[in-house]
Design a protein around this ligand. Structure first.
Ligand code: PEP
Length: 249
């Protein structure tokens, strides 16, 4: 079975009720490729608003979730609270949380397990810094990040994961990976899935690329056999997001 193309929009800490309403209404009214799964991720405070406004065929993701079910964890949001707001996706392990908020591989893996066990699918973000790429450590870094998740998840639980390969040096910088760079890492991730998880995961888990994806570069990236879609930051706030969703038509 071919993997369904997947495009996520990460609004990060951008937008207020009016601008998010405009973005969602624009998406609702657009002609979106029916073969593409679309999931948008607004700031937590606008998750319920976004879910209420968005066409049901558009998924909505939290940008984070906590690994404990409830309790004295000021500022955090639980899996149950997401589900209570009809949110069934979460972005976990984004490099901004890894780098700025110092989230570890193990913590990210525990949050991924908690989300999946609570019925939330996960956009699991991985990627190397520029320093790591220049030291030829890209594959070592991404497989280390994936292996932490593999310690927590059963082979079947990978059905609920979309892997987002996002080189840190490409996020928000305008410096997109070349199609060859993206394909090379995606193919290595697929090999890792075969060796460390299962043949089924190798075939079925979607591996999407993120890092300065735009309406100008998305079509070429989308031709690569192991690029199953995109995680889009800045451009997901603009009308051009529709062109990225439609990169395969
Ligand atoms: C992201 O935030 O996941 C991202 C890829 O950002 P941008 O598209 O702005 O580089």
């Amino acid at each position: 079975m071919p993997r369904q193309f997947f495009v996520g929009g990460n609004f990060k800490m951008n937008g207020v009720a009016q601008s998010i309403t405009d973005i969602v209404k624009n998406l609702n009214a657009a002609n979106l490729d029916e073969n593409t799964e679309v999931v948008i991720s607004p700031p937590a405070i606008y998750l319920a608003l976004t879910r209420e406004l968005a066409d049901p065929k558009i998924g909505v993701a939290a940008q984070n979730v906590y690994d404990k079910p409830n309790g004295a964890f000021t500022g955090e949001i639980s899996v149950e609270q997401l589900r209570d707001n009809k949110i069934n996706w979460a972005v976990i392990g984004h490099s901004e949380r890894r780098v700025i908020l110092k989230e570890t591989d193990e913590f990210i893996a525990r949050k991924t397990k908690a989300a999946i066990e609570g019925g939330i699918s996960v956009i699991f973000c991985i990627g190397e810094t520029l320093e790591e790429r220049e030291a030829n450590k890209t594959i070592e870094v991404v497989t280390r990040q994936l292996s932490a998740a593999a310690k927590e998840l059963s082979a079947e639980q990978w059905d609920k994961v979309v892997i987002a390969y996002e080189p840190v040096w490409a996020i928000g910088t305008g410096k997109v990976a070349t199609t060859e760079q993206a394909q090379e890492v995606h193919a290595a991730i697929r090999n890792w899935l075969a060796e460390s998880i299962s043949a089924h995961a190798q075939e079925s888990v979607r591996i999407i690329y993120g890092g300065s994806v735009s309406e100008k570069n998305c079509r070429e990236l989308a031709t690569q056999p192991d690029v199953d879609g995109f995680l889009v930051g800045g451009a997901s706030l603009k009308p051009a997001f529709v062109d990225i969703i439609n990169a395969r038509i």
